[in-house]
Design a protein around this ligand. Structure first.
Ligand code: NAP
Ligand code: ZN
Ligand code: ZN
Length: 351
């Protein structure tokens, strides 16, 4: 067992605080990773603060993990000691159901995927503890290779924000020249803008924050629309092939559905604490529009996304924080004041 220092939420209302626990001894297929950086996803906040229900405390969040392999099990073939490695939102699944067999472990129909945190840990019988910690032991099948040419800290957010936006853009087969909207310029949204632009789409960013207009363009958006301004919105009615909505709060979906062309689709990836008002069904029916959802991405697709980002030089725009700054970071995230992903320097916890 490996003594591990971490930060945990002890309840929905207390700030995160230091926590110590033990990582398991390595099984033959496990790798042990010294965590160097961990991104801060809005899902961490939803979970730590109990916004979705079902949080088991103490809760150690963090599923945008990058670091270096320090030990490998006897049968590990994908990794060597010293290599960079990443861990995203999942650490296991049943591996035998149709979805797992298709490489879509996030939709596992067996026991469901095991989340990197707050998931059922079959090794300990408790819950899994995530990346706000100094090290992690993970099956190599759920461990990713990190492109060597990218800045490591800025790669961490790709493990959730990157794959959660890459996967639906690929599933909906976004092609060069298509008009694609990205709603919300936060962690997910800014990756969505970069990836959609790299796929050759005509990218329109929808933001509620006037202060993010210039950044939106710098990040790759061809147009930026203030979604609170009905006049700006009206100019885009019936014009989008596809919209990816990353907003983390309840809002009016019709404002975006009406911007889709006939047969257009909007995918929701945000999981707000309170439900959205029901969208108008007529808006969907009369133009055969689709309203869909998407969950992170499978392991093979996550590797494909990392390789794609390596090839296109894509990383996250990050603001580095110390572990003990996490609660301030959460408060800023609630106010949409993130440019555009907080990343924890894990050396700050080791000191
Ligand atoms: P984030 O960094 O906080 O970004 C969310 C953005 O939404 C904000 O920056 C803001 O952008 C916009 N926004 C916030 N409140 C709004 C409101 N009331 N009305 C309109 N826009 C608002 O969060 P994130 O880490 O990107 O995560 C986004 C959501 O996706 C969270 O709910 C998270 O749990 C979920 N998530 C889902 C998956 C999945 O697999 N489906 C994976 C990861 C995360 P502007 O300032 O530009 O308006
Ligand atoms: Zn996440
Ligand atoms: Zn399965």
């Amino acid at each position: 067992m490996y003594k591990t220092n971490a930060y945990a939420a002890r309840s929905a209302t207390e700030p995160l605080s230091p926590f110590e626990f033990e990582r398991r001894d390595l099984t033959p297929h496990d790798v042990r990773i010294d965590i160097l950086f961990c991104g801060v996803c809005h899902s961490d906040l939803h979970t730590a603060r109990g916004e979705w229900g079902g949080t088991v405390y103490p809760n150690v969040p963090g599923h945008e993990i990058v670091g270096r392999v320090v030990e490998v099990g006897s049968e590990v073939s994908k990794f060597k000691v010293g290599q960079l490695a990443g861990v995203g939102c999942m650490v296991d699944s049943c591996r035998t159901c149709p979805s797992c067999q298709e490489g879509l472990e996030q939709y596992c129909e067996g026991s469901g995927f095991v989340g990197t945190y707050n998931g059922p840990d079959k090794h300990t019988g408790g819950v899994t503890y995530g990346g706000y910690s100094t090290q992690i032991v993970v099956d190599e099948a759920f461990t990713l290779h990190i492109p060597e040419n990218l800045e490591l800290a800025a790669v961490a957010p790709l493990l959730c924000a990157g794959i959660t936006t890459y996967s639906p853009l690929r599933h909906w087969n976004i092609q060069p020249g298509q008009k694609v909207g990205i709603v919300g310029l936060g962690g997910l949204g800014h990756m969505g803008v970069k990836i959609a632009a790299a796929l050759g789409a005509h990218v329109v960013l929808f933001t509620t924050s006037q202060s993010k207009v210039e950044d939106g363009k710098r990040l790759g958006a061809h147009e930026v629309v203030i979604s609170k301004d009905p006049e700006q919105m009206a100019k885009h009615v019936n014009s989008f092939d596809y919209i990816l909505n990353t907003v983390a709060a309840s809002h009016d979906l019709d404002a975006f559905v009406t911007l889709l062309k006939r047969d257009g689709a909007m995918t929701l990836v945000g999981v707000p604490e309170h439900p959205h008002p029901s969208p108008s069904i007529g808006n969907l029916i009369f133009k055969r529009r689709s309203l869909t959802g998407s969950l992170i991405g499978g392991i093979a697709e996550t590797q494909e996304m990392l390789d794609f980002c390596g090839k296109h030089g894509i990383t996250s725009d990050i603001e580095m924080i110390r572990m003990d700054e996490i609660d301030t970071a959460y408060d800023r995230m609630v106010k949409s004041d993130v440019k555009y992903r907080f990343v924890i320097d894990m050396s700050s916890i080791k000191q």
